[in-house]
Write a protein that binds this ligand. Sequence first.
Ligand code: F6R
Ligand code: MG
Ligand code: MG
Length: 366
Amino acid sequence: MKITLSVIKADIGSIGGHLRPSKTLMKTVEEHIEREKGSLIIDYRISSTGDDIAILFSHREGTGNSAIHELAWNAFVAGTAKAKDEGLYGAGQDLLKDSFSGNIKGLGPAVAEMEFEERENEPFIFFAADKTDPGAYNLPLYLSFADPMHCSGLILSPKMSKGFKYVILDVEHTEKDRSIELNAPEDLYDIAALLRDNERFVVSKIYSRETGEQAVAASTTRLHNIAGKYIGKDDPVMLIRVQGSFPAAGEILSPYSIGHYVAGFMRGSHTGPLMPVQAGCGTSFFDGPPIVTATAFCVKNGKFTEPVDCFEHPYWDYVRKKVARKATELRRQGFSGAAMLPYSELEYGGIVEKMKQLERRFKSEK
Ligand code: F6R
Ligand code: MG
Ligand code: MG
């Protein structure tokens, strides 16, 4: 029988600015789910990454199910009331609409969902990132599913030799989602040509070409496009099934040792390296650096095992030091050039006003 994994996350308020939600807030969200879940869901887990709270569900209702989405929405609404009570900063920040209307997509929270027939053993990893946007996963997904430098299974495992199919979304196309399907390895250069542009093209799904099964579901929401103006980075979530005909857990984690530069960081308007951190970690230096958490589970008949925090291992202490150094180096050049995002990606509208005022003061040179 098929199961569905749904992860729905939102920033509904945090302590000390945009750093980390309070324990009371997490508890309120959890209590709401526990109280209201009925027989709708099989299992769930609540976690935080930076200032975001994610709810991971397993159920049998399929993707885009309105009852599941409403349960998450109402949990975030209950959380927002608590966040207001506690005086948390940015209470309800990601709930962009006043009421729920069938599907949580387009209302603010980020969603990644996948329906599949459970394998006999079903290991998967849940990713969440903060102070960045969905394009942050582009490079890791390219390297884990298409590059034998990170995914040795592409040469060593007969179950992976056919490669993977990528579904890539054009997130600038706001009227209606527009996507393209490309196959690795044949279309490798085309995939790279799109994925280099992290702000416009993002991977939404990946499928095994051996079995046709879905390996990846990533959130592709751009708050930018929902609100009509920039109101925050989109802090993406992602689910990846691993092992067997999919890359091994370690092949999925391997690219995160790079600490590649992504968009986000302070005021969602800078470039910073993505630091792999433990679940529950907040943000700090320059409201960052951009962070990513990875939590592994096995699921059996919809029931989750205990979690394994993938970036808790001592290896990642070394990576974190390296990433901290990269962040410090780039921060030394402040607002200049590559350190700050291009005009179109700046999170704050203030600069638009400033440019208008300055425009009036320009004179043609004699
Ligand atoms: C970035 C982020 C923070 C805030 C910054 C200013 O996505 O959440 O860096 O942009 O702390 O926040 P406000 O404008 O709320 O004072
Ligand atoms: Mg936030
Ligand atoms: Mg956030």
